[in-house]
Design a protein around this ligand. Structure first.
Ligand SMILES: Cc1cc2nc3c(=O)[nH]c(=O)nc-3n(C[C@H](O)[C@H](O)[C@H](O)COP(=O)(O)O)c2cc1C
Length: 185
């Protein structure tokens, strides 16, 4: 079975973020033969085209882009902010979207999940995210969606404890890994 190297980042900087906790739980639930490395985005500067030039680009942006480029796939986990994507999350995607159509995200398989305190679990943000990914020529994982609703009742001390949700998330990652292996052969 081919080893898969995934990277992921979360769209919340909050220390007690449910989405960061979900991503940490995904690291633990990744199927056999799959590693998931968590990238940080809080120290990326605001996207600035003047900085996005060879010789000007900050070293942490280069490292962030290189990690995505070298991966077999990306796992994105984000809250929904005002029915869309958090600015800090979109900022990270924007850095990794250049140069257009030759970027780390170009043709990159991407799985994505959301967690929210509300009953819709951030699904509106997922719809926006899918649209953004298609604009990048990334390859969003075709799946009905991985969302954690009523998040405060499903996490304890930064760990996803709800057993049904853990099973669902583990299944989602396993399906993503199968899809990646089918794509690559
Ligand atoms: C600026 C802002 C906008 C928000 N908008 C939404 C929203 O549109 N839909 C939703 O379900 N929750 C919304 N929330 C609530 C978040 O889902 C909740 O704060 C969640 O815990 C944030 O994710 P985190 O725990 O990973 O930081 C919003 C929160 C903030 C701070």
């Amino acid at each position: 079975m081919r080893e898969l190297k995934l990277v992921g980042f979360a769209g919340s900087l909050r220390e007690k973020s449910y989405n960061r906790a979900l991503l940490r739980t995904m690291v633990e639930l990744a199927p056999l033969g799959v590693t998931l490395d968590v990238l940080t985005i809080g120290d990326l500067p605001h996207y600035d085209g003047d900085l996005d030039q060879d010789g000007e680009r900050p070293a942490n942006v280069d490292a962030f882009k290189a990690a995505i480029a070298a991966s077999d796939g990306v796992v994105l986990v984000t809250p929904e902010y005002n029915h869309s994507l958090p600015g800090v999350f979109k900022n990270a995607i924007d850095w990794a979207s250049r140069p257009g159509y030759r970027a780390p995200f170009t043709d990159k398989p991407v799985a994505f999940a959301t967690a929210s305190a509300g009953p819709i679990g951030g699904m509106r943000a997922q719809m926006h995210l899918e649209n953004v990914l298609l604009g990048l020529k990334a390859r969003p994982f075709p799946h009905p969606g991985c969302a954690v609703t009523f998040a405060p009742s499903k996490f304890d001390e930064g760990v996803l404890t709800d057993e049904d949700t853990r099973d669902f998330v583990a299944g989602y990652l396993a399906e993503f890994a199968d899809w990646l292996r089918e794509r690559r052969g």
